[in-house]
Design a protein around this ligand. Structure first.
Ligand code: HEM
Length: 450
């Protein structure tokens, strides 16, 4: 009887703003900040209603580990990501079940260590090229610069393609897409995307533009018949080898677009926030410069240098802690699921936020302080594993995690050898949590040579 009584009780949580909307209006204003205030007020498990959906904010590392790893078969991805199918189709990010497992097996070899070693040279070359035209005193939107750079990197490494000529077009299309995408990801949005209203039209036009670029890359490769050993070749070869269960152009497009988007937007944001944090923390910046100069002695970095640059890695890790590009990870319970004394009913949404947990003073003393020394192995060993999960965990862990680490460290080392960046006075710095955590107003910085 006792168990039944507790089972029907919900954990504490914020009151609804309106009967239909639940807490949606407040959540939408500043989603990451709102989740933080909910966790700070109501604890490790809080209930709130997002429109018609019952959502639980889970903020204890052990419970997060259970959901993402040990009990992962109890969950699917949340509907928020299912809605991303309007853009990404059935790529790795949005697919489920056996289809996902098969696609993941197919794509995984593109991220093996020997491949990453080769990609490293491209990452450094792209960073050198991106900064070649910079002059001291120049003002730049560093977010735009980093977006162009990471797009060039993912294009070159995974598709052996020079997408820099299309980079601006892709960037514009992405901005258009993101401006409506947050609406499309919200509850009640299913019908919005069927309306012939201008924002939906703009979204469709931008998506068509991206399709044109990606189908163009596929067609070029088919025409050349070349096996360049990159991801695109692998996807196309898998299709050729098995003409019954092979991939259609549409499936290749879905995986390619997924990697193009998942592989550049996240890293661009991470690097932008890193430059910002360095500009605000001159002591850390000086230590970064000292390490890079000492290890590289003026030469270009290579893959093996990544592990010789522990402070640089700590800088990147700390930026991912304070500004995790994937600021929330969602799952949906297949069946009723127990957390502590509570039963989470089937179909509920569970939200786990790196933005929230990575600011929890239980695991991160002085959480708002940018302190790369936290990443000394002795310090890191004291924390529960899922006190830090910018790349998620379990079967759906980011496939590009190691790619992103080497990209982050190599781009930082390449650019910081010659440049430092200063925030333009008065430039507002705010976050905008859509799918990723972007700087709301871009990041206007002045370039200074070292
Ligand atoms: C700092 C950079 C990055 C961050 C913070 C990041 C974060 C994440 C997170 C949190 C997930 C899991 C989402 C979930 O469980 O619901 C994920 C999945 C994924 N990421 Fe990343 N990512 C980054 C870079 C990359 C790169 C460079 C690539 C590819 C080149 C990539 C490709 C993917 C793909 C394809 C998935 C879906 C994996 C699957 O479900 O099988 N990501 N990423």
């Amino acid at each position: 009887m006792e168990a039944l009584a507790t089972a029907s009780v919900r954990p504490p949580g914020p009151p609804n703003a309106g009967f239909l909307l639940g807490v949606l209006p407040r959540f939408r204003k500043d989603p990451a900040g709102y989740l933080l205030s909910v966790a700070q007020t109501y604890g490790d498990l809080a209930y709130m209603r997002l429109g018609p959906q019952h959502a639980y904010v889970v903020s204890h590392p052990d419970w997060i580990r259970d959901i993402l790893v040990t009990q992962q078969s109890n969950f699917t991805k949340s509907r928020m990501l299912e809605r991303a199918k309007v853009l990404l189709g059935d790529g790795l990010l949005t697919s489920e079940g056996d289809f996902h497992t098969r696609q993941r097996r197919l794509v995984q070899p593109a991220f093996h260590r020997d491949r990453l070693t080769r990609y490293a040279a491209d990452m450094v070359a792209c960073a050198e090229r991106a900064s070649a035209s910079w002059t001291p005193g120049l003002e730049r939107d560093v977010h735009l610069e980093m977006t162009r750079l990471t797009l060039a990197i993912v294009g070159r490494t995974l598709f052996s393609a020079d997408v820099s000529s299309e980079a601006d077009e892709i960037g514009r299309a992405m901005t258009q897409i993101f401006s409506l995408f947050d609406t499309l990801l919200m509850p009640f949005s299913d019908w919005i995307q069927k309306l012939p209203i201008p924002p939906v039209r703009r979204f469709e036009k931008a998506r068509d533009k991206l399709d044109q670029i990606v189908y163009g890359l596929i067609a070029q490769r088919r025409a050349s018949g070349e096996d360049t050993g990159d991801l695109l070749s692998m996807l196309l070869l898998a299709q050729d080898e098995d003409d019954r269960a092979g991939m259609t152009d549409k499936q290749v497009r879905d995986e390619a677009l997924t990697l193009l988007i998942a592989g550049h937007e996240t890293t661009a944001n991470a690097l932008t926030w890193t430059w910002y944090l360095l500009s605000q923390n001159p002591e850390a910046e000086a230590r970064l410069h000292a390490e890079i100069d000492g290890v590289l002695g003026g030469s270009s970095p290579a893959f093996d240098d990544v592990q010789r640059l522990p402070y640089t890695s700590g800088v990147f890790a700390e930026a991912l802690r304070l500004y995790p590009p994937a600021w929330a990870i969602g799952r949906r319970a297949r069946e009723d699921y127990s957390i502590g004394n509570y039963t989470i009913p089937a179909k509920s949404i569970l939200l786990m936020s790196p933005w929230v947990v990575q600011r929890d003073p239980r695991w991160w003393p002085e959480p708002e302080r940018f302190n790369p020394d936290r990443w000394h192995p002795d310090e890191a060993a004291k924390r529960p594993k899922f006190a830090y999960f910018p790349f998620g965990g379990g079967a759906r862990v980011c496939i590009g995690e190691r790619f992103a680490w080497s990209e982050g460290v190599l781009v930082l080392a390449t650019i910081a050898q010659r440049w430092k960046m200063r925030l333009v006075p008065g430039h507002p710095v705010e976050t905008r949590a859509v799918i990723t955590l972007r700087p709301k107003h871009g990041m206007k910085m002045t370039l200074a040579s070292r």
